[in-house]
Design a protein around this ligand. Structure first.
Ligand SMILES: [Fe+2]
Length: 259
């Protein structure tokens, strides 16, 4: 099986951003693509460390697939004019509907392609704030901004595609990283600050500071509401606890210090 490589990813990202023109929310194409690529490297490194200590996880963790998921994890931000809003769901939806034709996965049987695209989509959809956005969690601040058009339909499509024994995938399984490989990809993103390794706590603090700033300075009210909301959620102790549990699991698997 072959996965999209870094060069092909750069082409894909520039092509999609070019298509959106002025409607794209990506501030720097190069900075954005570098974030994807370095998250892919991190995911590969963490997966290999986990496999070295736990060879029995060979079937569950695949370092090439994890690297690919890392490379794609924020792709949704480049594909639609909604930018960050709902990018996890939009990215996962795009992978399932266009990933095959776009060469995300190739040199495999249709069944293998379908199943791998499903795993990549799930990895991309792991987003803790998505649970709040979809109203899965109670006691969190209410979302004040609109989700992108057809968001619910896309969520339904993904859950249907990934259905288990004829039932749509439960929302909790869509949003929370329930496998070691998905947990690794979350850690790969959260230990990556502009291509440099960082600890998860520092990265979360950086997200809060940046999103609070964007919550005041972004052009539209929707974006200001979105960034303020995500900043608020990222400060929430319950939200952090859930992330820390995932990171601790990956620390245990790898022996790496990530938190
Ligand atoms: Fe990211």
């Amino acid at each position: 099986m072959k996965y999209i490589d870094e060069e092909q990813l750069r082409e894909l990202v520039s092509r999609e951003i070019f298509k959106l023109g002025k409607r794209s929310k990506i501030k720097s194409v190069e900075g954005f693509t570098n974030h994807l690529i370095s998250t892919g490297h991190n995911a590969q490194e963490i997966s290999m460390a986990a496999l070295k200590r736990n060879p029995s996880l060979e079937g569950e963790i695949d370092s090439d697939r994890a690297a690919t998921a890392g490379r794609l994890h924020d792709l949704g931000k480049a594909l639609y004019s909604s930018g960050d809003r709902g990018h996890d769901v939009l990215g996962a939806y795009w992978i399932l509907t266009q990933g095959g034709a776009s060469g995300i996965v190739s040199d495999a049987t249709p069944e293998q392609v379908r199943s791998t695209l499903g795993k990549l989509a799930l990895a991309v959809a792991s987003d803790f704030s998505l649970a709040e956005e979809l109203g899965v969690r109670e006691g969190f601040p209410q979302r004040t901004y609109p989700l992108p058009e057809d968001f619910d339909k896309k969520v339904d499509y993904i859950r249907e595609f990934l259905s288990v024994k004829g039932n749509p995938l439960p929302i909790e399984r869509l949003v929370y990283p329930d496998t070691d490989e998905r947990k690794i990809i979350v850690c790969a993103d959260l230990t990556n600050l502009s291509g440099k390794k960082t600890f998860v706590r520092e990265r979360l603090d950086e997200v809060v500071a940046r999103y609070e700033r964007w919550g005041k300075t972004s052009e539209t009210q929707e974006e200001r509401d979105y960034f303020s909301y995500i900043a608020e959620i990222t400060k929430h102790p319950g939200f952090r606890d859930r992330i820390f549990k995932v990171v601790k699991k990956v620390e245990g698997l790898t022996g790496m210090e990530l938190l």
